[in-house]
Design a protein. Structure first.
Length: 220
């Protein structure tokens, strides 16, 4: 059961792009395919222009000074070339120039870090990043959870905290789109599976994180 306080969007992706949070933030799919998910069905993106638009204009809904992004992903069998990005969530900031993104979560192949590294990005006047210390395992389902607020940034993998920082600042937001699988400079490379995506307008507690990881439907 999914902890629902502050839940702005919840996409189970059971052969449907509807937002199950009740907030009406339904996805608009571009080339994505429904496939086997972590629980039931999910989405796959083949790296040839597939993405899902969460909102054509995130301002007024997703412009939060504290947020949590939660999703299940199945990693590819290989990471590909250096610079290949697998974009899990992006609220764009500007064109592709600093500070790039207001909210950004991706898997990267060598920029920064190494292959299969998670990157949580945000801006506080300049683009800041938190990166995981080691690659995710390939061809495997992972529950990824990213947290941001001033003074607390965290990345979790399968219920384990793998990276954290305590930077302070204030995110500036503009009228830009919010997407899964796409950012303002690139469409994602292949993502074999995405499932159970949710977005909260606050940071989850450690006990909530484990509840969300095992959740499949929202409750109060």
């Amino acid at each position: 059961m999914l902890h629902s306080r502050g839940l702005l969007g919840y996409w189970p992706l059971e052969n449907s792009a509807l937002d199950a949070s009740g907030n009406g933030n339904n996805l608009s799919l571009n080339g994505c395919s429904y496939s086997a998910g972590r629980f039931g069905r999910g989405l796959s993106m083949n790296g040839s222009g597939d993405f899902a638009t969460v909102s054509p204009d995130g301002f007024g809904t997703f412009n939060c000074q504290a947020f949590t992004i939660s999703l299940w992903i199945k990693t590819p069998t290989n990471w590909g070339a250096v610079g290949d990005y697998r974009i899990l969530w992006s609220y764009d900031q500007t064109s592709h120039s600093p500070p790039y993104y207001a909210q950004h979560l991706r898997l990267t192949s060598g920029d920064p870090g190494g292959q299969g590294i998670l990157v949580l990005g945000w801006n506080d006047g300049s683009f800041q990043v938190l990166t995981s210390p080691s690659p995710l395992s390939t061809d495997t389902w992972h529950h990824i959870l990213a947290i941001y607020e001033s003074g607390r940034q965290e990345i979790w993998d399968n219920g384990t905290l793998i990276a954290s920082s305590t930077l302070t600042g204030h995110i500036s937001y503009f009228h830009k789109e919010v997407c899964i699988g796409k950012a303002n400079f690139a469409v994602t490379k292949d993502i074999p599976g995405i499932d159970e995506v949710s977005f909260f307008n606050h940071t989850l507690t450690h006990s909530d994180i484990h509840r969300v990881m095992m959740s499949m439907s929202p409750i109060n």
